[in-house]
Design a protein around this ligand. Structure first.
Ligand code: F0G
Length: 402
C-alpha cells in the first residue's frame, strides 16, 4: 500500500500552529473546510480550482456530563464526525480522494462499503460530475446509508456477499476496468482523515488528550490517526503523544484477537454485529494499524453488541446521538475504565463516526423491545385524539420525568 510522499512545511511548532490558527472559515476559501485548512499536511500541491469540497469537517467537540458519568471519567470529549455533510467522517477522506480522481482525469470512481463510504463517494462524485459505482453487501446496509447512495445518484450494486467480498471485487474491478478506487487503501483518503485528529488537537489548543478512542473496522481511520499524530509530533504541533484505543465489535474483532497475541498473527473472521458499519472480517489496513498501536502505546479491545447499544442509548439520551458503530468508542471507554486502563482523571477524546439518523431501524427496534426492556427504552404510546389520553400519559410519568 502506498503512502503519500510530500515535503512537510518548513515551519515548526508555534509558527505552524499560528499559521493554522490564523485561518478563519471564510465561506469561499479553502479555509472553510476542516480538511483543506490543513492542506500542507493533506495535499500541499492542490490548487483551489481542483478541490472538490462541500465543505466538510469543522465538527464539534461535545461534552455531556451524563455520558462522561456513564463511562466513569471526569472529562469526556466527543468529536462528532456525524456532523459532516453526508453524516460521517468519510467525507474528510472523500473530498481528497475525489479531488485526486478529478486531477488525474479518472473516468469513474468506485468503492466497496458498509454504507458510509458509499454515501460519501456518491455525494462527492455527484459534485465532481463523475460517475460513481458502489458495491455494498446486500441486506446489510442501513436504510439511511442506502437511501443516500441512491439519492446522490451512484450506480448501486447490492452484492450477495459480505463487505470483505465487496472489497475484493471492487479492487479487482478497479484493476480490470480502470475505475478509480476510493476505499481507504487509497492514500488520499487517509490523508484527508488525518484532519479529524488535527482539528481535534487544534480545538484543544494543541494540547494532546491522554486518550483518543475510536471504533475500528477496516482500520483506515486507525491508520490515519496514527499518521496524523506522528506528523503532529514531528512538526512540534504537540509535545506529548496520546494513546490510541481502537474498539471493535466482538463479532467482528480480528484486530483485537491479533493484539491479544502481541500481533504475532493476523486473523480473519466471519463478521457478525449489529453495528453494520464495522461488520468487517479482514481489515485492509491491518499492517498500518499495527504500527499505530505500537507507536502510541495503544490498546485494542472488543465490546459486545449489547454494550455498544447501551453506549449508544447513553449518547442518544444526552441529546447528542450517533450510529451504532460510533458508540463502540464510548463503550470502549467504559470498558477500559472498568479495567483500570483509563483513569478517571484522564482526558479522553472519543470519536463519534456517524450520525444518529444513519440507522433509524435499530432505534425503533431498541425502544420497542420488552422482556427485558433495555436500559434507556422509550416506548412510543399510541393514543386517541383526546386530552384525557394526554393527561394519563403525563400521570404515568412517561413524558414528565424523562
Ligand atoms: N464508524 C463508522 C460509522 C464507519 O462507517 C466505519 C467504517 C468505521 C467506524 C470504521 O472505520 O473502517 O476506518 O476502521 N465504514 C466503512 C464504510 C467500512 O464502508 O463505510 P475504519
Amino acid at each position: 500500500m502506498l503512502a503519500l510522499q510530500y515535503a512537510l512545511p518548513a515551519e515548526r511548532g508555534a509558527a505552524l500552529r499560528a499559521r493554522f490558527d490564523a485561518r478563519g472559515t471564510a465561506p469561499s476559501s479553502l479555509d472553510a473546510s476542516g480538511v483543506w485548512r490543513y492542506r500542507e499536511l493533506v495535499l500541499p500541491d492542490a490548487s483551489a480550482s481542483d478541490v472538490v469540497t462541500h465543505p466538510e469537517g469543522n465538527t464539534p467537540l461535545l461534552r455531556r456530563a451524563s455520558v462522561a458519568q456513564w463511562c466513569g471519567v471526569d472529562a469526556l470529549l466527543m468529536k462528532h464526525e456525524g456532523w459532516n455533510p453526508t453524516g460521517s467522517f468519510k467525507d474528510r477522506g472523500m473530498t481528497v480522494a475525489v479531488t485526486q480522481a478529478k486531477r488525474i482525469g479518472a473516468s469513474a470512481v468506485a468503492c466497496a462499503s458498509t454504507g458510509n463510504t458509499s454515501a460519501s463517494l456518491a455525494a462527492y462524485a455527484a459534485q465532481a460530475g463523475l460517475p460513481a459505482l458502489v458495491l455494498v453487501p446486500n441486506g446489510q446496509v442501513t436504510l439511511g446509508k442506502l437511501a443516500q447512495s441512491l439519492a446522490y445518484g451512484a450506480r448501486t450494486l447490492l452484492v450477495r456477499g459480505n463487505f470483505d467480498d465487496c472489497l475484493r471485487l471492487a479492487r479487482e474491478a478497479a484493476e480490470r476496468f480502470g475505475v478509480y478506487l476510493a476505499n481507504s487503501i487509497n492514500p488520499y483518503r487517509i490523508a484527508g482523515q488525518k484532519t479529524i485528529v488535527l482539528e481535534l488537537l487544534q480545538q484543544l489548543g494543541w494540547r494532546a488528550p491522554d486518550w483518543i478512542v475510536l471504533p475500528a473496522g477496516n482500520l483506515g481511520n486507525t491508520a490515519a490517526f496514527g499518521a496524523a499524530l506522528r506528523e503532529a509530533r514531528e512538526l512540534g504541533l504537540i509535545d506529548t503523544m496520546p494513546r490510541i484505543a481502537a474498539v471493535q465489535a466482538s463479532g467482528a474483532a480480528p484486530f483485537a484477537a491479533s493484539y491479544r497475541d502481541g500481533f504475532s498473527k493476523r486473523y480473519t473472521v466471519q463478521a457478525e454485529t449489529a453495528a453494520t458499519a464495522i461488520r468487517i472480517g479482514d481489515p485492509a489496513s491491518y499492517s498500518r494499524a499495527v504500527r499505530v498501536i505500537r507507536e502510541t502505546n495503544g490498546v485494542v479491545l472488543d465490546v459486545s453488541d449489547a454494550a455498544i447499544l447501551d453506549a449508544k442509548a447513553a449518547v442518544d439520551a444526552s441529546g447528542v446521538g450517533c450510529e451504532p458503530a460510533s458508540a463502540a468508542s464510548v463503550a470502549g471507554v467504559r470498558e477500559l475504565v472498568s479495567r483500570g486502563v483509563i483513569r478517571r482523571g484522564d482526558v479522553v477524546a472519543c470519536v463519534l463516526t456517524g450520525h444518529i439518523l444513519k440507522d433509524p431501524e435499530i432505534l425503533l427496534q431498541y425502544h420497542a423491545r420488552t422482556e427485558p426492556a433495555p436500559s434507556h427504552a422509550n416506548r412510543p404510546l399510541e393514543i386517541e385524539p383526546e386530552l384525557g389520553a394526554i393527561e394519563r400519559a403525563l400521570k404515568q410519568g412517561e413524558v414528565a420525568h424523562r
